[in-house]
Design a binder for this molecule. Sequence first.
Ligand SMILES: [Zn+2]
Length: 364
Amino acid sequence: MNSRDFGSLRLISGVGAKAPACFLVEAHGRKFLLDLGEGPPPGRLPDLNGIGRVDALILSHGHKDHVGGLQLLERLGSPPVYATESVARALPVTVTTRTLPVAGRTELFGIAVETGRNGHAPGGIWLHFSTNGGLLYTGDFSAESILYHYDPPQQPAAVALLDCSYGDYQMPLAECWNVLAPFVARPPLLLPIPPNGRGPEIALELMRHGIDEIHVDDAMRNALRRLCGNDSSSLRPGLSDEIERLADIVRPIDGARGIMLAGAADGASGASAQLIAQMENVSEVTILFTGYINPNTPAERLTKSGRAQTMRWNVHPLLPDVVTVARTVHANTVVPAFCDRAQLSALARALAPARVTMDGPIEI
Ligand SMILES: [Zn+2]
């Protein structure tokens, strides 16, 4: 094989620390970015110095830490943005989009690309590129979701850039309900959640446990409606009737009662910001955050002061799920993304004999 056939993967942002996702692939004489996020912490953007023009931006899913940096597109020569229909629908209308399948095959710049559902968010995908030995980028993924479908990647990938947000954490999602249940038993309970992520999943679990006082904000209601329609391809099989029932039984939030689910997850914007302002001094309301505590947000302020509680509702892979993906695709090199560098040695032990690195560029 001629050496000029090799390409490279550059880790612009999102490896070595919890930071916005952004990676640069150079292959077949083309340059494209994988994701272009904003935060954490809020306001942090990838450093694009020295990247110049790129031929495309490819999005894995619609969460802010993967798509929130689109204001930087002009600096990259305003390339087309490749995303699934669900993700593209939520982007600013000024962005030129091209559609990727949620699960299927396509071709970009002469490179065969396979996508599969990531079990993490509506329209969310992992991507496999048929470069020399194969490159897999999972974006965020979960093998455990009770709501979102996960297609396990199968194609060989010498280099695997994998979601390792939880480092070596291993408590299964099935046990998260046991942590949540005591809070649910003592309403009123305010759950700031991402409507296009774990929000609908927690609501489904509440309904399955016979909770009928589920109150949601407009963003959650709309997310549930979309899961019955345009986003239904991201659902696990056989769930559509149950999701329709859920969309029918949820009620609007009307004062401090029942279980209240509202976006945004960190309480910094949307209905959850308003509800926190109304309810943080109402002592009978429990406020419970279920995801990453974003620095400099109400989530951090309220948990630090002891006013709010936290628990983890799994939306990223457990370490054994990461290991399964790496072994299935026969990865020689694994790049763990979205976790702290302090996790490197534990991940390297679990993923051996693959080479585990947080330092680019990496030959692909
Ligand atoms: Zn995500």
